[in-house]
Design a protein around this ligand. Structure first.
Ligand code: PLP
Length: 371
């Protein structure tokens, strides 16, 4: 199989698996218990917290482990909305091209009586700054705009948006799930108060992520129960997964420059070959900054679902947009927001194990299908 769906998930790196393995068996102690092996588990979690924090320029005490990016997004939005409502701020500003983890949470907040406003994206998949500015009012609690879009890979000007949020006394959250591990991410440079990340997008295991919460930020809990994560996120720590996240963050950061150079060169080649050989193919977001290994194209005149199925039959794993929407006959909300002309949508996301030969095979497969 040729895996061109790294934005959906990535294989766990061998060194990450090695680091995790002992914590399933001989070092399985509950980190909250009061004996020596538990203290070892606690120390491993502490080290993973340090490594995860270092990957985004945060302090360790600002990292709270979660069950993944979805929980981190839910917690950021709901936790801030509930805390800020006590001070009379009931507006959330977000964009039309966010992941469902943010959009569905916003729908829930709207149903609870919060006021949610959505900024548009332009035809290149960039959130409109002027709109964010107009929508961010003095009663805004939070502005939540993703750092990199999971469908078209466009990188948003989060630092500039944070300035708009802060000028109105609002907090700034970014869903950086697609960005961390792939492009440099620094919470100070971005000036964000909250940031969501997820390990399985960059060589770590599924089911673990983190929410960065800047020190001093008032946020309500989302998950209630025990006193884990300094009383802010209950539930027995998933020690193996957390250890894996720490190691994956360390490795991705150390290897980022080399990996990004490789995957972006491969992406550029894939892009130019598709443009030259697949009639009518349109590259979405080509005019914007994009993630290094990320390519999104729309091919006119072909059935949307048939393209992915045909590729699958040829041993190529790809998706139309987000993995969550796979199989849906409807156009994705991101492409609709970008007003991309109708056609079959195809997201091709490369990883370090992809080769030039695979790129050639994929282009040949596309040529054949379109013909
Ligand atoms: N946010 C974005 C931008 C994503 O791409 C994803 C996963 O596809 C998520 C959030 C959800 O992360 P997780 O799969 O860890 O729940």
């Amino acid at each position: 199989m040729i895996d061109l769906d790294h934005a959906a998930t990535t294989p766990v790196k061998p060194a990450v698996l090695d680091a995790m393995r002992p914590f399933f068996t001989e070092r399985c102690a509950n980190a909250s218990a009061g004996y020596a092996s538990a203290r070892q588990a606690r120390a491993a979690i502490d080290r993973a917290r340090d490594l995860t924090a270092a990957g985004i320029g945060a302090n360790a005490e600002e990292i709270f482990f979660t069950s993944g990016g979805t929980e981190a997004d839910n917690w950021a939005l709901i936790g801030i909305a509930l805390a800020a409502a006590k001070k009379g701020r009931r507006r959330i500003v977000t964009s039309q091209i966010e992941h469902h983890a943010v959009l569905a949470t916003c729908e829930t907040l709207a149903a609870w009586g919060f006021d949610v406003a959505y900024a548009d994206a332009d035809e290149e998949g960039r959130v409109q700054l002027e709109q964010v500015k107009a929508l961010t009012t003095p009663d805004t609690a939070l502005v939540s705009i993703m750092l990199a879009n999971n469908e078209v890979g466009t990188i948003q000007p989060v630092g500039r948006i944070a300035r708009i949020a802060h000028s109105q006394g609002a907090l700034m959250h970014t869903d950086a799930v697609q960005a961390v591990g792939h492009i440099p991410v620094d919470v100070h440079a971005l000036d964000v108060d909250l940031l969501s990340m997820s390990a399985h997008k960059y060589g770590g295991p599924k089911g673990v992520g983190a929410l960065f919460v800047r020190s001093g930020t008032r946020i309500e809990r989302l998950i209630h129960g025990g006193e884990q994560e300094r009383g802010m996120r209950a539930g027995t720590e998933n020690t193996p997964a957390i250890v894996g996240m720490g190691e994956a963050t360390r490795l991705a950061t150390a290897e980022m420059e080399r990996t990004a150079a490789y995957t972006s060169a491969l992406r550029d080649r894939l892009q130019s070959e598709i443009m030259a050989r697949v009639p009518g193919a349109r590259v979405n977001g080509i005019g914007a900054d994009r993630l290094p290994g990320h390519l999104h194209v729309t091919i006119p005149g072909i059935d949307r679902r048939a393209l992915i199925i045909r590729l699958d039959l040829m041993g190529i794993a790809a998706s139309a947009g987000s993995a969550c929407a796979a199989g849906s006959a409807q156009r994705s909300h991101v492409l609709s927001a970008m007003r991309v002309p109708d056609g079959a949508d195809l997201r091709l996301t490369l990883g370090e194990e992809n080769t030039q030969e695979e790129v050639e095979q994929v282009v040949r497969a596309l040529e054949r299908i379109v013909r």
